[in-house]
Design a protein around this ligand. Structure first.
Ligand SMILES: [Zn+2]
Length: 263
């Protein structure tokens, strides 16, 4: 599994060198997207990630810092499909699931890229958008993704669907966990232990609190990668890294845009 942090910023105003959250997972010739913050397709393409190998797009929740790049991602795949001369790379005829907690957001995104007169969205591939709830939401023989709702958007109440999720992503005996946005690390603690790498947001948390929780609960994980950076990391990444490493040692990384990880 090759994991690339395409964007590492939380939903702040624009920050130098950082864009909003998106992670690309490459495995067995396929590309899987986890969140689609601004510029994700631009960043991925220029890093050499093959957008035509897209197998699934999974959105944790529909805040703009997690979906702002979604219409552009679809549009860019379509553009690249039209440009490729390599028939083996074409995405035409494939079905790509888009897993998103709120279909209204997807319908709005389609409205941005559709040409209602000429050809609709004009896709050569089948994009099937659907909501999901807790449990295994994707298992295509390459990647297995388990979703766990969290309290970032609160409790929706009886008979209402959960709208914000964390993920456990497994392939070939390895596991990564992506927090999404969470109210508390306890929201998704059952997904974490054991895993090879935990991608944890800090837009709503202090790094020392996260590290202390993981240390105190003897959580089994290989690496901890901070993403979705809040203002403390944005202001002083080295100082925040030092706080984290004082608790967990050199297993902690503060990710930058474009940073890859091999599992
Ligand atoms: Zn966010």
């Amino acid at each position: 599994m090759r994991i690339t942090c395409l964007g590492t910023c939380s939903g702040t105003e624009p920050m130098p060198g950082r864009h909003h959250v998106s992670i690309a997972v490459e495995e067995a010739g396929g590309v899987y997207w986890f969140d689609a913050g601004e510029c994700c397709s631009h960043t991925a393409h220029n890093l050499g990630i093959d957008l035509l190998a897209t197998r699934a797009i999974i959105i944790s929740h529909t805040h703009i810092d997690h979906i702002g790049g979604l219409p552009n991602l679809i549009w860019t795949i379509r553009k690249l499909e039209g440009r490729t001369t390599d028939s083996a790379r074409r995405i035409a005829g494939r079905t790509v699931p888009l897993l998103i907690p709120d279909l209204r957001t997807w319908e709005a995104a389609v409205g941005l890229i559709a040409d209602p007169v000429a050809w609709g969205v004009g896709l050569d591939f089948h994009l099937t958008a659907r909501t999901y709830q807790d449990g295994v939401i994707l298992d295509d023989g390459v990647l297995r993704v388990t979703a766990q709702h969290n309290l970032h958007l609160g409790d929706p109440g009886p008979d209402q669907p959960w709208r914000s999720f964390s993920f456990r992503i497994e392939s070939a005996g390895r596991a990564m966990v992506f927090s999404g946005d969470v109210k508390d690390i306890r929201d998704f603690a059952p997904l974490i232990s054991p895993c090879d790498v935990l991608f944890m947001e800090t837009g709503h948390h202090r790094v020392e609190d996260v590290c202390r929780y993981l240390a105190d609960h003897e959580t089994e994980f290989g690496r901890l990668v901070f993403i979705h950076h809040g203002r403390a990391i944005l202001a002083d990444p080295e100082g925040e890294a030092a706080k984290a490493r004082a608790i967990l040692g050199d297993r902690v990384t503060i990710a930058d845009d474009g940073m890859p990880f091999e599992l």
